[in-house]
Design a protein around this ligand. Structure first.
Ligand SMILES: [Zn+2]
Length: 102
């Protein structure tokens, strides 16, 4: 069951989806579409997976190439769109665009 909260799992700060995308530094796992990010409030390390309409926050679990993404909480982001082109993940939200590669 995914918790519907919108706070940083580390410091509890309320997170804005666009601000969190700004804080993403790169593509951590191209296969799973997981990004590395720093919380804008506490600078804590987060792993973020953008999907249609929301950002999943959690962590990569499992070993090696069979890894999977464990979702700790979902941040709703209405209109968020994700496209993958080879090893680049393109995210669009509210007229803004981000592109992440490994
Ligand atoms: Zn934080």
């Amino acid at each position: 069951m995914v918790k519907r909260e919108s706070g940083c799992p580390l410091c509890g700060a309320r997170l804005d989806a666009a601000a969190l995308l700004d804080a993403c530094s790169g593509l951590l796992d191209a296969g799973l579409g997981v990004l590395a990010a720093r919380c804008p409030a506490c600078q804590g390390y987060l792993e973020v997976r953008p999907v249609e309409g929301r950002l999943d926050l959690g962590y990569l679990g499992g070993a090696g190439s069979a890894g999977r993404f464990e979702v700790a909480l979902s941040l709703l982001a209405e209109g968020l769109a994700v496209e993958r082109h080879d090893d680049t993940l393109r995210v669009a939200l509210a007229g803004r665009h981000w592109a992440f590669s490994e």
